[in-house]
Ligand binder design. Structure first.
Ligand SMILES: C=C(O[C@@H]1C=C(C(=O)O)C=C[C@H]1O)C(=O)O
Length: 383
């Protein structure tokens, strides 16, 4: 049997041949690009690609067939990218132009004060997040998340603050679904530590409580505590702070709310039980949205909403692109697209400074893999 160094020499010789052929293939593909320009043909030819993938498995042993097909797809992706680079040179795509324009006109500093839309009432966790984003916010409260999106879209508020995910209960699905229906940009995010407390009117004791009110997310985050309260009914309401206000205004002495400590002070309630969430490291991430795209210096995260072709490998190809550019994915969420049976919108948060060359490469190359790609913005997460 040959020794390892000799075998490796063989591998090196074979790889050198592969890469020489790879470069030759790329040059031929450039020739095809020139032909396509002359004849007004599109770069992507799905029929030809399907034939190539099917043919790829013919010349190799059965156990290598799948790898040969994947390799063929990668070769064609590279060749398509080269053709695009040649044919689209000088033509800035729409998103790249929007990003450049937003970076040029966005001021250096985030505004210290502004008109901000929040869901809920005084004392809501959204208010705590808003005060993280702005030093002197002037807050308008809306009953629903939809109201916040509308206020920003219609210019009633300059910014809106929305919860997007919680470390215990997961994504706030309603907000992700509304994102598909509204136009907005993300300009900042923050993570707020959530401590839920059981609040009741002064004089009420824990054993007297019969009905507990709160927001669905808070109820989900306090499952163990609520299960330990005997004979108590749990009711979902719009917001934790609204629940506290409702309890304060109720004439019953056997009701309580799961809410923030600040709501106890705001609504004159007592804390019957403190930090009753299932996990102590309970955080909610909030996003600050605006109508126009604003990209502040230091933006190092990007959010994208993507619809992919309903075909095998389409998500894989997109993920391969992130991997090839060494871009880490911070979040991947999928939500059903209304009126399209079992088709999904993918929401991505990726970790990449907006000034990095990989970012421009990513933005100019993913478009060809997606049916739709909505750029939601680039921003920093503030503490
Ligand atoms: C090279 C071409 O352009 C694209 C790339 C292909 C390839 O690399 O083999 C095949 C089909 C096209 O989507 C071509 O049309 O032949």
């Amino acid at each position: 049997m040959a020794e390892l160094p000799e075998l490796r020499q063989d591998i090196d010789r074979i790889d050198a041949q592969i890469f020489r052929l790879f470069a030759e293939r790329a040059d031929t593909s450039e020739g095809i690009a020139a032909y396509k320009r002359e004849h007004g043909l599109p770069v992507f030819d799905p029929t030809r690609e399907r034939q190539k993938v099917a043919g790829a498995s013919e010349g190799v042993p059965a156990d290598l067939r799948t790898y040969a097909q994947v390799l063929m797809e990668l070769l064609m992706e590279a060749s398509r990218a080269r053709q695009h680079a040649l044919l689209d040179a000088g033509e800035k795509d729409d998103t790249t132009a929007r990003i450049a324009d937003a970076r040029a006109r966005t001021p250096e500093l985030f505004p210290p004060s502004s008109h901000v839309a929040c869901q809920g009432v005084e004392g809501a966790y959204s208010q705590i997040a808003t005060e993280r984003f702005f030093r002197h916010p002037s807050i308008s409260y809306f009953d629903s998340f939809e109201g916040v999106f509308r206020a920003v879209e219609q210019g009633f508020s300059d910014y809106g603050v929305l919860p997007v995910e919680n470390s215990t209960a997961g994504s706030v699905n309603e907000v992700f679904d509304l994102m598909m229906e509204h136009s907005f940009s993300v300009v900042r995010t923050t993570r707020v530590k959530i401590d839920h407390n059981l609040l009741a009117r002064p004089g009420t004791t824990l054993s007297e409580v019969r009905d507990v009110y709160s927001h669905e997310q808070a109820i989900n985050q306090c499952g163990a505590f609520l299960a330990g309260l005997d004979g108590v009914r749990v009711h979902v309401c719009e917001n934790t702070a609204m629940a506290a206000r409702q309890v304060a205004e109720s004439d019953r002495a056997d009701v309580a709310a799961l809410s923030s400590r600040s709501c106890a002070g705001l609504y004159g309630l007592d804390v019957l039980a403190e930090s009753v969430q299932d996990r102590d490291n309970n955080y909610t991430r909030f996003a600050c949205i605006s109508k126009r795209l604003e990209i502040y210096p230091g933006a190092n995260r990007t959010s994208l909403m993507i619809v992919l072709p309903h075909a095998p490998g389409s998500l894989y190809k997109l993920l391969a692109k992130f991997y090839a550019l060494d871009i880490n994915i911070l979040k991947l969420e999928s939500r059903p697209i209304p009126e399209r049976d079992f088709e999904f919108m993918f929401y991505f948060d990726v970790d990449c400074p907006v000034a990095a060359p990989e970012f421009s490469t990513l933005m100019s190359t993913i478009g060809s893999l997606c049916q739709e790609c909505r750029y939601l913005g680039s921003y920093a997460e503030v503490l």
